[in-house]
Design a protein around this ligand. Structure first.
Ligand SMILES: Cc1cc2nc3c(=O)[nH]c(=O)nc-3n(C[C@H](O)[C@H](O)[C@H](O)COP(=O)(O)OP(=O)(O)OC[C@H]3O[C@@H](n4cnc5c(N)ncnc54)[C@H](O)[C@@H]3O)c2cc1C
Length: 421
């Protein structure tokens, strides 16, 4: 068991922790990063299916509405280290970025490994000590510093940064340990739940259409007969239910038993569609119903499926379409009801909602309001962003803000230890 002393110990080598570490480094201070997996940044590597959507384009103020009700807390972090600052940082470190038409920003190489390599290289340049395969098991606040106990050793540090991430995709190492450390030091941890997660649907009728996707689909969510949300978003059919950015972003508000109604008629409202459809049916008696529906840009395979689910033949002609069947088809096409069996669990959720209570962390510094010199950065905090690069930007921005706050404190407080001590 060693008993090494550091100025800063960062727990967790994800984007938030690593970014904080490189930005707290000075020639005079010893920075340690402890990572429980055998390599750093596992979740970063799978981000954006390995292509790494690191941030979003546009005015940073527009980011604030993309974190549910918690964007306000992130305001100082995002404003002091914005999307522009992040892309400039990566450009300076050999990772050029580009923006997709929808605003998502990716490395030009579309490789999250390049993003991670850029950060790890900087750790080397800044003499940050990165120890992998060292799970932190305990953090104790002592009179003058913190004692950090790992599976291998005991360390001491004047500042501790908890950057352990959330609890989703636990195979990447983020399995919720930070909540335990926070609670152990007197912090409130808001109940956690999976977010940015697909929805499993009871008896999903479109499993054979898995892979079919819809842009800006109109969806509404109903709970005990009441409409709780309505939104437009990109939706994907999977083998077991629904996914795609529109569903993932809304998943934080959807519960088991909710009914989600989908419209397959694009931007048309139900009444508009019904009016046009009825007119066409009346004036095209010999045409097949499916051919009339094809003029609404509904994929043919979906039309066949909906006709089947409405209990009719794909060859039915308009003159044989009874009024009750017509009404059933209109409902199926404009508000097809699907009952949510369950939102995906932590094994498939991209992020975690809930976490270390924001009331107890100073948003201008990321320092605990309860324990001096203790900082929280990244997803361990009680925020969760939409898809589109908002989560990584928040991890980098909170990491940077904590780093700047700690650096200011180097000058104010007598350092615990210098590099050559
Ligand atoms: C499949 C998937 C795709 C995603 N795609 C995107 C995307 O394209 N864009 C985007 O913005 N966001 C994306 N995200 C979300 C984003 O990856 C996370 O929000 C981000 O990685 C959080 O960063 P973090 O540093 O806070 O935590 P993490 O990246 O989770 O890092 C925490 C680190 O702490 C370590 N750790 C945990 N406990 C301990 C312990 N006791 N001791 C030592 N180390 C410990 C973990 O092993 C881990 O390495 C995606 C997430 C997933 C799962």
């Amino acid at each position: 068991m060693t008993n090494e002393h550091y100025d800063v110990a960062v727990v967790g080598a994800g984007p938030a922790g690593l970014f904080c570490a490189i930005n707290t480094a000075t020639p005079d201070h010893r920075i340690l990063v402890l990572e429980k997996m055998n390599s750093p940044g596992r979740k970063l590597l799978i981000s954006g299916t390995g292509q790494c959507n690191i941030t979003h384009d546009g005015n940073i103020l527009n980011f604030l509405s993309h974190y549910g009700s918690n964007g306000k807390f992130l305001r100082p972090a995002l404003l002091s280290f914005s999307n522009r600052d992040l892309t400039a940082f990566f450009k300076d470190h050999g990772v050029a970025t580009e923006t997709e038409s929808g605003g998502k920003v990716f490395p030009v190489s579309r490789s999250s490994a390049d993003v991670l390599d850029g950060i790890i290289r900087e750790c080397g340049n800044q003499n940050v000590i990165l120890r992998c395969n060292e799970a932190v098991t305990r953090i104790n606040r002592q009179q003058k510093d913190f004692e950090i106990v790992t599976s291998q050793a005991t360390y001491h540090a004047k500042f501790v940064v908890i950057a352990t991430g959330g609890a989703s995709y636990p195979a990447t190492g983020s399995s919720g340990d930070g909540y335990r450390f926070a609670a152990g030091m007197g912090h409130t941890v808001r109940e956690i739940a999976p977010a940015l997660t697909p929805l499993y649907i009871k008896d999903f009728p479109f499993a054979d259409l898995a892979g079919m996707s819809f842009s800006a689909m109109h969806c509404s969510v109903w709970r005990k007969g009441k409409n709780v949300i309505a939104f437009r978003g990109d939706v994907l059919f999977t083998h077991k239910g629904l996914s795609g950015p529109g569903i993932l972003d809304m998943s934080r508000t959807i519960r088991s038993g909710d009914v989600i109604r989908l419209s397959f008629v694009g931007t048309l409202r139900q009444e508009e569609f019904a009016r046009g459809f009825v007119e066409q049916v009346k004036s095209n008696g010999s045409r097949q119903v499916k051919s009339v529906l094809s003029s609404y840009n509904i994929p043919q395979r979906l039309v066949g499926k909906v006709l089947d689910l409405a209990g009719t033949s794909p060859y039915l002609t308009c003159s044989h379409l009874s009024v009750p069947l017509r009404l059933r088809l209109i409902t199926h096409l404009t508000e097809f009801p699907l009952t949510v069996d369950t939102p995906g669990d932590f094994s498939v959720a991209m992020v975690t909602q809930g976490g270390v209570s924001l009331d107890e962390v100073n948003p201008k510094t990321m320092e605990s309001r309860k324990v001096k010199n203790l900082f929280f950065v990244g997803e361990v905090l009680d925020y969760d962003g939409d898809t589109g690069g908002y989560n990584l930007q928040a991890a980098f921005s909170t990491g940077m803000l904590a780093a700047r706050s700690i650096r200011k404190r180097y000058d104010q407080d007598t350092p615990l230890l210098h590099a050559n001590a």
